[in-house]
Design a protein around this ligand. Structure first.
Ligand SMILES: [Zn+2]
Length: 366
């Protein structure tokens, strides 16, 4: 009984009420109304649902997976680099292989894993389970994504766009952020975005909402792979930036190396990072004008460079967006770095088995 907890611990009833409410929000305890010795009382019980979920972030050049228990504890994680342009068959095999590895290393039984959430670098139409804009991820076009991953992993699977999951990871893992609106931007080899408005992940009609990489920021700019001109991803093309940097330093340069060179003050690396920030600032300024989020969170592998990126980005947003909108919008670095997506994927799986507290409603097409 809740009153008994206060008596035995010596804490005030108000403190116990607050603590119990916080634990209930986190899904750690359940509270039910009872009558005890003729008086109404609240029964507090540990939430004994057991089991695990799998979170998977399948990017263009990496796959990361984690096994998580019901208290948000990561009991195993695995990471592997992936060749760009990997086929869907290879991708499915890779994800299945990492799952096997996690099971073996953690000692968790396969039958105790209830659901998986999988993020892929393209928009996912939740109604059809297919890519919402096939030309953005041709390797996975025309595939029933939940069915394919479910077959490969041997458990029920929910699939979503990786940047949507990044937004969810930052927002709801664990469920502490209570701001009504955030925009999450994933900066890695590709550029993606996820929007949460009024505590709801906004997916749009075909799952393409928040695809900030394909916002046109120059109507006469270069052609983009999506067929449009002057998209953010075509102008602030991370592969092109890496190519320039690799000719300046000699040898192959990936995102992690670019971040490292920038931190060490390498002139070309820093200049390119500032260029990237300015281009991105134009697109973020548009988002701030449209959605007026409380916070814009910059995540993905490039975001770990921190203020070197954020400062010029904020300056550009201030120039582009309405002063009223920018006054209330903070621009910050993702707290989970490049783990936001995999945590969001695990959260998606928890929501699918009714584990996740209802601080954000993720299954809006159920
Ligand atoms: Zn485009």
């Amino acid at each position: 009984m809740q009153a008994e907890i206060a008596r035995r611990t010596g804490l005030s009833p108000a403190t116990v009420t607050n603590l119990v409410r916080d634990l209930a929000d986190l899904g750690q305890v359940k509270v039910t109304d009872h009558v005890h010795h003729g008086r109404r009382a609240k029964l507090v019980e540990p939430n004994v649902r057991t089991g695990f979920v799998l979170g998977v972030d399948l990017g263009r050049s990496h796959v990361r997976a984690c096994l998580v228990d019901m208290s948000y504890q990561v009991v195993g994680e695995a990471f592997q680099r992936v060749e760009r342009g990997t086929s869907s068959d290879e991708g499915l095999k890779l994800v299945a292989g990492l799952f096997e590895k996690l099971l073996a290393e953690s000692g968790v039984m396969r039958s105790d894993v209830l659901h998986a959430g999988v993020g892929i670098p393209g928009p996912v139409d939740q109604m059809t389970g297919r890519i919402g804009a096939a030309n953005l991820l041709p390797e996975w076009a025309d595939i029933d994504l939940p069915a394919a991953f479910s077959k490969a992993l041997g458990l029920p699977v929910t699939v979503d766009n990786d940047a949507n999951l990044g937004a969810l990871g930052e927002y709801a893992w664990p469920p502490t952020l209570r701001e009504p609106a955030i925009f999450y931007m994933r900066l890695a080899t590709g550029i993606g975005g996820g929007l949460i408005q009024d505590g709801q992940l906004v997916r749009g009609a075909d799952g393409t909402a928040g695809e900030i990489g394909h916002h046109s920021i120059d109507e006469s700019g270069p052609l983009c792979r999506c067929g449009n001109r002057g998209c953010l991803e075509a102008i602030a093309s991370v592969p092109d930036f890496l190519h320039v940097l690799s000719s300046a330093v000699g040898g192959d340069v990936d995102v992690d190396r670019w971040v490292e060179l920038t931190r060490r003050g390498h002139t070309t690396a820093v200049r390119l990072m500032e260029d990237l920030a300015r281009h991105i600032g134009v697109a973020v300024g548009n988002i701030v004008n449209i959605a007026n989020p409380n916070t814009v969170i910059i995540g993905g592998a490039i975001s770990v460079v921190g203020e070197i990126l954020l400062e010029p980005l904020r300056a550009e947003v201030r120039q582009r967006a309405l002063p009223a909108a920018t006054r209330s919008t903070r621009i910050t670095q993702a707290r989970w770095g490049d783990y936001a997506e995999v945590y969001g994927a695990a959260y998606l799986a928890m929501a699918a088995v009714d584990w996740a507290p209802p601080c954000v409603q993720v299954l809006n097409h159920e």
